[in-house]
Design a protein around this ligand. Structure first.
Ligand SMILES: [Zn+2]
Length: 325
């Protein structure tokens, strides 16, 4: 749990960086945001007290950055401060938020920003409730609320996770995607060891999706249609069990859905589907440089040769399922 000393240290020396970075031009942000969101999040504005949409709302939810979707706060850390702005006592992770000393208006304050896209969120003060004693005073306009009631987790493998991650992160209703390893033990969950093909792991992605927006069955269909589920332990030129096609189901409903979709799509392929169907046990996050690899390295040879054409095909055939660019 972060306390005021941590915050001062972070404001002076910086804090851990998240695995991804989003940068856009002013014009691009303007096109994405309402004028009020742009004024506050991109131009360090402040909304009038007691006017924001999230000010007195306390139902279970996650709050993300309105600009880039980075998860910032959980409603369990939200409290009524009486100030007229949404107030939180902790962020979801210590690297979600960036802290900077702010001497504007003759005051000495600590500004809080999204650590992925530098959106202005608000300020932090050492007068919050115990045990942290922190009060993150945040503009509603900088936040996007995601109800947690519809959120579910899906874990899929379909060859190189750079590719699988690029596909899933573009789907509407998918709130968060992490690249990692599934099917082996924690000791061997490193890229180097997994690449040997002897650890039992598959390169996989873990997606948190909102089932009110996209169903698990549709995620499965798109997964099957964007990799080759008929080649055993191989995807194109990538060979080895770490590149196997797999669905790691989280409950019996997911298992039944996977069986149904596999049966439904079997006729679509020339060869039988060999996708492994296994109960989910654990997921190990891959090294930072693998996260959002395609977005950060679009000119990489593998990205150009394999991922870009796949995404183009997906956009042609299933544009209704994709987020707007
Ligand atoms: Zn952001």
């Amino acid at each position: 749990m972060l306390n005021w000393l941590d915050i001062i240290k972070f404001a002076k020396n910086g804090n851990p960086r998240p695995g991804r970075r989003v940068e856009k031009t002013e014009e691009e942000w303007k096109a994405l945001l309402t004028p009020e969101q742009f004024r506050i999040a991109r131009q360090k504005g402040t909304e009038r007290a007691f006017t924001g949409a999230h000010c007195s709302v306390f139902e279970p939810a996650l709050y993300g950055c309105v600009c880039c979707g980075n998860w910032l706060f959980d409603s369990r850390e939200k409290f009524e401060s009486g100030t007229g702005w949404p107030s939180f006592t902790q962020p979801v992770t210590e690297n979600a938020i960036k802290y900077e000393m702010d001497f504007s208006y003759g005051m000495r304050r600590v500004e809080v920003m999204c650590n992925v896209c530098d959106a202005h969120l608000g300020h932090i003060f050492p007068d919050g409730p115990m045990p942290s004693g922190l009060r993150y005073c945040i503009n509603s306009a900088s936040l996007k609320k995601v109800s947690t009631t519809g959120l579910r987790t899906a874990t899929f493998a379909g060859g190189c996770f750079w590719c699988t991650e690029a596909i899933f992160s573009g789907l509407r209703g998918v709130e968060n995607v992490i690249s990692g390893y599934c099917g082996g033990t924690p000791e061997t969950a490193t890229y180097e060891q997994v690449s040997s093909g002897t650890t039992g792991h598959a390169e996989a992605v873990q997606a948190v999706f909102n089932q009110d927006v996209i169903s698990y069955e549709d995620l499965l269909r798109l997964h099957m249609l964007t990799h080759d589920p008929t080649t055993l332990n191989r995807q194109g030129a990538d060979r080895g069990p770490q590149y196997r096609s797999a669905v790691f189901y989280h409950d019996e409903q997911q298992k039944a859905a996977a069986e149904k979709v596999i049966a439904e799509l079997d006729a679509h392929f020339d060869d039988p589907i060999v996708t492994e169907l296994a109960p989910f046990e654990a997921f190990y996050r891959a090294e930072d440089y693998h996260q959002e690899f395609y977005r950060r390295n679009p000119a990489n040879r593998y990205c150009l040769a394999v991922i870009t054409p796949k995404l183009q095909k997906l956009r042609e055939k299933h544009s209704d399922k994709l987020k707007e660019l």
